[in-house]
Design a protein around this ligand. Sequence first.
Ligand code: DP6
Length: 372
Amino acid sequence: MSEWKNYIQQAYHLEPSHEGKTGVVGWTSPSNIALVKYWGKKPVQLPINPSLSMSLSQAVTETTVHWDAVGAENSGVTVHFNGQPAPAFRPKVVAFINRITQSMPFLGSLQLQIDTHNSFPHSAGIASSASAMSALALCFLQIEMQLFRLQYTRKEFLQKASYLARLGSGSAARSVYPGFVLWGETPEVEISTDQWAVPVDAIHPLFQDLRDSILITSSQPKKISSTQGHETMNDHPFRQNRVAQAMQNINILRTALKAGDWETFAAVTEEEALGLHGLMLSARQGFSLLNDHSLAIIDELRAFRKQQQVPLTFTLDAGPNVHVLYPADYETRVHAFLHDELSGYLENGQMIHDFAGQGPEMLTQYGNHGEK
Ligand code: DP6
């Protein structure tokens, strides 16, 4: 396990000399799709097994934070989502700030005005907590740099952002990096840790611009939240085997991603997707988040792959929407098939065509953090 770094542990407090300073920061951060799934956690928001994801490109959250160093008595948080006050999202933001207060005690002395927008419909079943919490973590870290005149290297900055984002939502730890990302201690990867995610390098060109078409079979809120789902792993009868399986799949997938081995990539991805839903069904209070259309789509995809010899695979998160993954060269053929043959299974024919992304981007940075 990597050692704790000073720049992550160092906590900054607001001093009287900071009062009156203001600034604006903004970041856009992507959602990600897990290939090896994070499912089950231990306190505080640490995974029971390592996971490996791909950061997306089109499904992003854009967050802007205006901050005012007003002192603890006058501090507060307002939150807007897509231009409207966000009574449902605000408590999540406040819980996140409280959770990172040890790392960032200065946040409790600021007036924060948070404006956040998602590029994808809220109901699309795309994990919005990953993009939302990573965008917020990046903004808070940028405020820390402005206020305390800090300079981090890119690596330090992203590592600390990943650590903070993890405390907002586990999967958010992975969204701060482009491409393929590993979160969780993996004996074969020396730099890996449960505390923050790390990028996976040396990816074969076949996977570098992988496509992900998200087929929306239902936009209804999930009957079991991810948080409740993770809890079912606490006493799951297959817990031990699941952890061993994930460790093994991480290694197999890393090798396949480097070698450009599509068959192995597809086999592991599908085992993980269906295995996740199998874990839900076989939990002590078993449940399912799949619907008839998710299952029908999986059959159709497998039949198309076999008949047409198109390299295509799929995954699912904790919900009924199917992510179809394929190399960029096959885009035209796969799009035609999805639109012609699978639209009927989708809610209002909804599908979102996404692809491997470049990671977060800074939008705004302004502050009167010079002399008052
Ligand atoms: C099935 O990251 O949403 O998408 O840490 O409670 O916020 P919290 O959970 P979350 O769980 C994601 C679960 C998953 C698999 C994955 O993304 O690895």
